[in-house]
Design a binder for this molecule. Structure first.
Ligand code: 26W
Length: 823
């Protein structure tokens, strides 16, 4: 605790002082008496106790940053999947142990209190959780940073299963208040949308565009402080909540339209109501574009306000003080908005405007899938943001001139590279806007960046090769090992010391113990303890009893055809069929564990959930199986549930079709906790394999090049179906009514159809045989306890590369040019 001990705090962190703080907060902040307080009240009091200590450091951080007029990075993201805040905060402050004791002395149990906290689920999946891990690393490494996003009143829906079907419920996470937020009405921003553009002459006789008749909306900032680990730095996540600009529209009000006036107010407030639950596409949804613009405009105004307060000299310094990272294209409208502010409001020349803009933004791409690339029809765009559309045409005009210089007379190149897609209807391509307006474009794993350069943006790459770079994703070891797996963390610390959470390469020292029989036993005993704990959750949430000594085979991630949960299901069916046909089959017992949310409008994903649940129901209740396999689907996957599942996993399923998963980050979390990966050569799996070594990972399936080759030749999944008796049997089985006898016939038939007549877009059948064979190797390997333990230990020891600290250092040094500022 070197840096924190130098930092002057007034609040005492002794057990007795913490106890006193908890009681004070309970009494005076929550107005509860100890003898009548519920567990939730105590959780809130404990949270405020931690928050008080965080706020002291926040103030020190902010005054240091202001005094030094530091350069900052602003991380713009429509999603931040923070999960629970309490235990991470306690670890990062270094008061976890004392607070545990303080709570005990009050006759309570910290673990129980922690479970009272709702997840802050303001994101869909990987992209949102990455943003949260990045904030943890930025704070821990003392980089000046602010995250900007939306204060959704409803986060990602709560999932329930009824008869095996996914049912969505609203996630009312704020119902009992949020102890971590600080509302800042003094920094409210007013922004504009809709209206028209008029051309008028200014005082100098210049013809100037003017945006008129726009609708005004207010953004109220809610700050979530994010404390770094073992440092005085606390950074902010600033989330915008929309509010009507005026209490009442007076004109309507005076005309007797009281009710209409109040209704208009609620339209303004609806902008930040709910997170869109899709992680593929929201193209064409007007409110989604409005959300994007709302938070981008509020954030840029806030950034400019801070810049002007610290640097009264003018715009010259702007791009030396401000770096803005765009988390995918969701905030890419910022490029047009900053251009508009500089050109229309600040009256800079177009050349100066564009110079500043292109020295400010950097863009991270998170997906190659064509349907996930954002496009807005020119019509819709022009209605919501008329002036921005003009500015985008202006940007495009200069962009086209550059292309003409590079490829004179080549109209095909112009068509391909244009920000505007000429078609019916015409579309604005946000990815092209992001590439053109940024000084850096990065992918999130080595192979993904290569594919960005070769297949998604080849002409942009040719035009501007130095713009493109890779930043392999990472995860914070504080949450994803220290906080989620305390038993393993303590074992590790007892062997290699306590500095690994901040110096992750220290984990390499565990390699020395990989063959140590005593250490192997201890490592696997902890895995077993974690599996027992997960078994209790499975019993409670699924009503299924599982044996913790079975192999826990885990696939946890959003439900998507490209992630191929259905391939996993085909393996399960294959084993089931083999057991039925050979009652004495001797295989390693396994528990197949799934957790995943499907986008509410994604029918095939929902069918796959139903199929897994239906197959599980049959298998779990079939006496012939004799517990050799069990299948459970844990409902309501979220960050806090991931923190329970990951420490208990033996096998990590990372089985996407090669070339489809940009990186994956669950793969990193599972490997760090000693699960072995079964995976394709896709995303970060490739780099995990390089780190852990070929003998400590199970790789199967067609490579990116082979996938391309197969598709070029004309893939026909029927060829694989007819050539493999077992594959044919399980595909037909799942398409029959066997697993859903009590329902309308044919409800699972669309799944079979998608794999055959539907074309099998993700080559499930092409990879089936290799997958089954690889799984057989896994089963055999697991039976050699010592050899398995050695592989598991080496995974934990060798995945230090995937700490988000490494990723953030790379962004800070190479993209943002940021300096660390110790507090
Ligand atoms: C417009 C709707 C929408 C919403 C979210 C489209 C696309 C997204 C994200 C790009 C989905 C996402 O979370 N992508 C994941 O990002 C992770 C962090 O980089 C990667 O590890 C995953 O491979 C990638 O799928």
């Amino acid at each position: 605790m070197s840096s924190t001990s130098e930092f002057q705090t007034t609040l005492d962190n002794s057990v007795s002082a913490l106890k006193e703080s908890i009681l004070q907060n309970l009494t005076y902040r929550l107005a509860r008496f100890p003898n009548r307080a519920t567990k939730r009240d105590w959780m809130l009091a404990v949270s405020y106790t931690a928050r008080d200590r965080i706020l002291e450091r926040l103030q020190a951080t902010q005054s240091t940053h202001q005094k030094n007029k530091v350069r900052r990075v602003y991380y713009l993201s429509l999603e931040f999947l923070m999960g629970r805040m309490l235990s991470n905060g306690l670890y990062n402050l270094g008061i976890f142990d004392n607070l545990t004791k303080a709570v005990e002395e009050l006759g309570l149990n910290l673990e129980e209190l922690r479970n009272e906290e709702n997840d802050m689920g303001l994101g869909n999946g990987g992209l949102g959780r990455l943003a949260a891990c990045f904030l943890d690393s930025l704070a821990t490494l003392d980089y000046p940073a602010i995250g900007y996003g939306i204060y959704y009143e409803y986060g990602l829906f709560r999932q329930e299963f009824v008869n095996g079907y996914q049912i969505e419920h609203p996630d009312n996470w704020l119902k009992f208040g949020n102890p971590w937020e600080i509302v800042r009405p003094e920094y409210i921003q007013t922004i504009e949308m809709y209206g028209e553009v008029e051309y008028i002459f200014d005082d100098l006789g210049n013809y100037r565009p003017k945006w008129v008749n726009s609708k005004k909306v207010m953004g109220v900032p809610y700050d979530i402080p994010v404390p770094g680990y073992d440092t005085g730095t606390v950074i902010l996540l600033r989330l915008w909540r929309s509010r009507a600009f005026e209490e009442f529209n007076l004109e309507t009000f005076n005309q007797g339209g009281y009710v209409e006036a109040v209704r208009e107010k609620s339209i303004g407030e609806s902008i930040s109501k709910v997170l869109y639950p899709n992680d593929k596409t929201e193209n064409g949804k007007e409110l989604r574009l409005v959300q994007q613009y709302f938070f981008v405009s509020c954030s840029l105004r806030d950034i400019i306000r801070r810049f002007k307060a610290e640097n009264p000299g003018g715009w010259e310094l702007f791009s030396s003080k401000v770096a803005v990272q765009l988390n995918d294209t969701h905030p890419a409208i910022a490029i047009a908005e900053l251009s508009r502010i500089l050109y229309d409001e600040e009256n800079l020349s177009w050349e100066k405007t564009w110079e500043i803009v292109t020295q400010t933004f950097a863009y991270t791409n998170h997906t190659l899938m064509p349907e996930a690339l954002e496009k807005w029809s020119v019509d819709l765009f022009g209605r919501v943001l008329p002036r921005h559309l003009q500015i985008i045409f202006e940007i495009n005009k200069h962009h086209m001139e550059q292309i003409e210089r590079h490829w004179p007379g080549d109209n095909e190149k112009k068509r391909i590279l244009s920000i505007i897609e000429e078609g019916h209807p015409k579309m604005v391509r946000m990815a092209h806007l992001a590439v053109v307006g940024s000084y850096s474009v990065n992918g999130v794993a080595a192979i993904h960046t290569e594919l960005l350069k070769k297949t998604l943006f080849p002409e942009f790459f040719e035009l501007n090769p130095t713009k493109f770079n890779n930043k392999t994703n990472g995860i914070t070891p504080r949450r994803w090992l220290q906080a989620c797996n305390p038993l393993l963390s303590n074992l590790i610390s007892s062997k290699i010391g306590k500095s690994w959470p901040k110096n992750i390469d220290e984990l390499k020292k565990l390699e020395a113990f990989a063959e140590d029989a005593e250490f192997q036993k201890e490592f696997m005993r902890i895995k077993f303890e974690n599996k027992k704990r997960l078994s209790a959750i499975i019993e409670k949430d699924c009503g299924v009893t599982v044996d913790p000594s079975a192999l826990f085979d885990v696939q946890i991630k959003r439900l998507h055809e490209y992630k191929r949960q259905q391939l996993n299901l085909l393996h399960i069916l294959t084993l089931y069929r083999r057991i039925i046909q050979n009652p004495n089959l001797d295989i390693q017992p396994r528990v197949f564990i799934f957790a995943a949310k499907a986008a509410p409008g994604y029918d095939m994903a929902k069918t796959i959930i139903k199929a897994i649940n239906a197959v599980g129901e049959k298998i779990n209740n079939d006496p012939r199986v004799e517990n050799r396999i069990k299948v459970v689907f844990l409902p309501n996957y979220r960050v806090s549930l991931a923190q329970r599942i990951i420490p208990a996993a033996d096998l990590s399923e990372q089985i996407s079709t090669a070339g489809t998963e940009a990186s994956g980050t669950g793969n990193m979390k599972l490997a760090l906790n000693g699960a072995l990966t079964i995976g394709t050569l896709d995303g970060a799996n490739i780099e995990i394999k390089e780190e852990v070594g070929d003998e400590n990972i199970f790789i199967f399936g067609h490579t990116v090049d082979e996938v391309e080759e197969i598709r070029k030749k004309g893939y026909n999944s029927f060829d694989y179906y007819h050539a493999n008796e077992e594959l044919k049997a399980v595909v037909d089985w799942i398409g029959s009514n066997y697993f859903t006898p009590d329902e309308h016939s044919g409800i699972l038939a669309p799944l079979r159809w998608s794999l055959l007549e539907g074309g099998d877009r993700y080559l499930v059948l092409a990879d089936y045989a290799q997958y089954i064979e690889c799984q057989e190797k896994v089963g055999v390997a697991y039976r050699n306890h010592a050899a398995w333990a050695k592989m598991a230990i080496l995974n934990t020891a060798r995945v230090g590369k995937f700490s988000s600290d490494r990723t953030i250092h790379e962004y800070a040094r190479n993209t943002w040019k940021l300096s660390q500022v110790p507090i």
